[in-house]
Design a protein around this ligand. Structure first.
Ligand SMILES: C[S@@+](CC[C@H](N)C(=O)[O-])C[C@H]1O[C@@H](n2cnc3c(N)ncnc32)[C@H](O)[C@@H]1O
Length: 429
């Protein structure tokens, strides 16, 4: 949709916008969406690299700075590097930052292969008598059985001895991605549920499989960048808040991001295995409070900066006060993120926000409409609004409400969480 004008802060609902079929990338297989380093680590609600690269090609040229304030596992950074655009990503989740560091850093393939062989040799020396320095934390014992915990502790300490930081991060990332498999976390569940019947996977075996796949991804990434002479493109990631990004004012050409949803994923809970193992956190409750979109925030003076958001809050207040406050807090915090976007962007620079609408307590949560209204009020204009279908194989979430397990895509009774989403392309004027 082009050139939408705002009348008295009222915005036509986006429902009527036609779907743009080419943005579904329906022909892309999992292999395509996980190419180079994109498949290193699972991450809930990550976007597909094809969406990012099309936006980067359209709105920037080589050398232009690209930023992702909700960087997640680093999709925007990896794609920017492939196209020789310097980039900055931030995420409040240290586990996401660990993944991003590994994914954005190509390593000379023979060097990392050699290191892997050395590591595998070390693992052969492990026996039931080997002394290990296993982490002492009740949450670790909550999730891991003794045998796997000992092996993981040994593996972790061997990785920690690797001197080269890039290689250490590469193996740490692999280690992080096998933790769920090696624990009693209910298979395929996105809710932290224990399964006492589960036989956890053997850490050394799955680690080896995991690293082999990562080695292939790294080699593809390295060769691609070397061929294009893009290996030195600057690409920085910080564990920081989206409202305080280490980028100069008026320096950014493009922002590409997919924000968190209100009370959707609890990233703190989902990434607790890595967060505890790496001692990023001591407890869960403080960790949860850092995230936008969680239900743990203090309700302070809220500036919603959107009539639509005010209406949503009013409708929710009639149903459930707590949800109304959570949603209002979310919109207010997102408005602060948009202020930060405005600060960083050059005049004429664009922010591309990938977001879907949801519903809570029977009230439509029109995230897309609210964001556009807030951004317009801050001094942006609509460049384009794209509605895209999320092909079922790429769906961020098809969870069973009761047990949190992923529903099978073939299960017709299940309602997909976000069957379509919008890409809001807003220009700083
Ligand atoms: C939908 S995910 C982004 C996924 C990303 N596009 C990718 O491809 O991996 C939203 C992210 O927002 C992050 N987040 C939540 N609150 C934040 C905050 N206050 N500052 C920065 N990041 C935050 C979450 O940790 C999560 O990684």
């Amino acid at each position: 949709m082009k050139n939408m004008t705002q009348k008295e802060s009222t915005i036509e609902p986006f429902e009527k916008i036609k779907i743009s079929p080419s943005w579904a990338f329906a022909d892309k297989t999992r292999k395509d969406t996980a190419y180079i380093t994109h498949g290193y680590h699972r991450y809930p609600a990550k976007f597909i690299p094809q969406v990012v690269s099309r936006l980067v090609v359209k709105y920037t040229k080589e050398g232009d700075l690209v930023v992702d304030p909700f960087g997640g596992c680093g999709t925007t950074l990896v794609e920017s590097k492939v196209m020789c655009r310097p980039s900055i990503g931030v995420d409040i989740n240290p586990v996401a930052v660990l993944m991003t560091k590994a994914k954005k850093t190509p390593i000379e393939p023979t060097k990392v292969e050699k290191q892997f062989l050395k590591l595998k040799e070390k693992l052969k020396s492990f026996s039931k008598d080997t002394k290990v320095n296993a982490p002492e934390h009740e949450r670790i014992d909550y999730w891991f059985k003794q045998e796997e915990k000992r092996k993981l502790a040994f593996l972790f300490s061997e990785i920690s001895k690797i001197k080269d930081q890039d290689m250490r991060d590469f193996f740490y990332c692999g280690f992080s991605n096998i933790l769920k498999n090696c624990s009693i976390w209910l298979q395929k569940s996105n809710k932290p549920t224990r399964d006492f019947e589960k036989k956890p996977a053997d850490p050394f075996l799955v680690f080896s499989r995991q690293v082999k796949a990562m080695l292939r991804g790294n080699a593809d990434f390295f060769n691609l960048l070397q061929e294009k002479k893009y290996l030195k493109t600057s690409c920085k990631v910080y564990c920081a808040d989206a409202r305080k990004i280490p980028a100069k004012s008026n320096s950014v050409s493009l922002i590409v991001t997919s924000p968190p949803y209100v009370t959707s994923y609890e990233y703190a809970d989902l990434h607790q295995l890595t967060a505890f193992w790496f001692e990023y956190i001591k407890g869960l409750s403080d960790f949860r409070k850092r995230f936008i979109g969680t239900s743990y925030h203090n309700k302070k003076e809220l500036i919603l900066n959107s009539k639509i958001a005010e209406n949503i809050k009013e409708s929710l207040l009639k149903k459930d006060k707590k949800t109304a406050e959570e949603v209002a807090t979310y919109f207010s915090e997102m408005n602060q993120v948009f202020e930060e976007m405005k600060r960083m962007l050059k005049k004429g620079g664009r922010t591309c926000i990938v977001i879907g609408n949801t519903s809570l307590k029977g009230v439509e949560i029109l995230n897309a409409e609210v964001f556009v209204e807030q951004l317009q009020n801050l001094g942006f204009k609509v460049d384009d609004i794209i509605k895209r279908e999320i092909p079922s194989k790429n769906l961020p979430s098809t969870r069973d409400k009761k047990n949190g397990r992923f529903a099978k895509i073939t299960d017709k009774k299940k309602v997909f969480a976000y069957p379509t989403e919008y890409i809001l392309i807003m220009e700083k004027i």
